[in-house]
Design a protein around this ligand. Sequence first.
Ligand SMILES: *Cc1c(COP(=O)(O)O)cnc(C)c1O
Length: 488
Amino acid sequence: MPEQTTADNLRALPSVDALLRTPEALALRERVGAEHLTTLARAVTEGLRAELRSRSEDPRDEASGDGEGVTTDEVWRVEASRAALLAEAARRLAHAARVEESRGLRRVINATGVVLHTNLGRAPLSTAARRAVSREAAGYCTLEYDTETGARGRRGARAEELLAEVTGAEEGLVVNNCAAAALLVLSVLARGGETIISRGELVEIGGDFRVPDVMSQSGSTLVEVGTTNRTRLSDYEHAMTERTRLVMRVHPSNYRIVGFTASPSLEELARLARERGLPLYEDAGSGALLDLAPHGLSDEPVIRESVAAGADVVTFSGDKLLGSAQAGLIVGRREIVGRLRRAPLYRALRADKLALAALEATLDSYRRGEAAREVPALSMLAATREEIESRARVFVRRLRKRVSEASMTFEIVEGASAVGGGSAPTTHPPTALVRVTHSTLSASALDERLRRGSPPVVARILNERVVIDLRTIAEEEEQELTDALASL
Ligand SMILES: *Cc1c(COP(=O)(O)O)cnc(C)c1O
């Protein structure tokens, strides 16, 4: 076969029009849209042209293929014909469309055992919350409409009522997330004045929520008291001046100071603040509505207890331990919550109808006393190692029927799950992991195949093996996971 030159290849490069007429391109037309498909086709042909040119500058350059279909190298060396280049361009076009689609929001199977996995959307919604989102809120709904009177209603009114009921607070308010809640509270209560906070609580949570930054954004001046590990009530007392507007306590969430530590209780702080006529604000972060100490989460503030201890306003997330949609929840004294609701900033931070629908349904589970059973994040955290192990046994038995031992083996080993979402960093619920070993694929290759499947399965690699933690996998997902593993 005659050797093709780069110049020949450049001449044989398909036109955008020729590429758009290939069966691959025609099949993509409807899904991608004609205009965008042309943009992709142009990028593909330009990419090929640039690669051919760079080869002409350095003839020894070995372009490497990406492992799928014909490598560009083979195309050039073996069959540098118009047809081969066209086929290569069509393959790249389909690949580009697939990559774009996979970048959208998709359901995944969370096999990591991290219950509130921030990268995977934190809390999975309860059945009732999913139904509320899709059946009640997705279309027109009573977001700001009162069907009794036919007049305008207040957004979030039902969620606010439920929040007050399940926390024992006078009133509740819902905004977009807990960072927004903190910004609102600090801006409305302390702008232009000072906020007192312990040095041990100036933390960064989840990458970009930093207490000092939110404080400066709010226009309040931070007054640090005490030391990193020990802060006394008298430290707060000595810092109080006529410029003080607020006393703030922050739950350090993803961070723990251990050893020689001390800080006043919330009750003590509340008593001091009340004596001085100052409001006390607690940013509780994860904000458990139930006491999760029986499941090893003894450090998480229970919102009802914070309210009872005398905090005037408390903020927490909707999608952490509460187990619902992303939201910033605020509870507290009527006068304070009213001021927050009337502030212009509230309008910029308020929650949308989908989040409110999920939240109402989830809070209703708490009100009925059924949250431990109905809210997935709570039942996942509560699952014992024994329960997970007995599920794992059935799961592995089913897999062994589908997959020959020569190609893949499955063992059950002891391990630990995690809470995630910046909550309870030192709690690692014991679990039973399914360890997968493939006869030819490495752990990272196996992990990649699972991740690129449909739906993607996100697993963990532990000691060079892929491990699957059933704690974070719903029973309804087990069949899909079995299929995904059996098809490797
Ligand atoms: C997680 C957390 C936040 C931020 O909450 P988002 O809902 O993610 O905005 C703020 N404060 C504390 C103490 C937290 O734990």
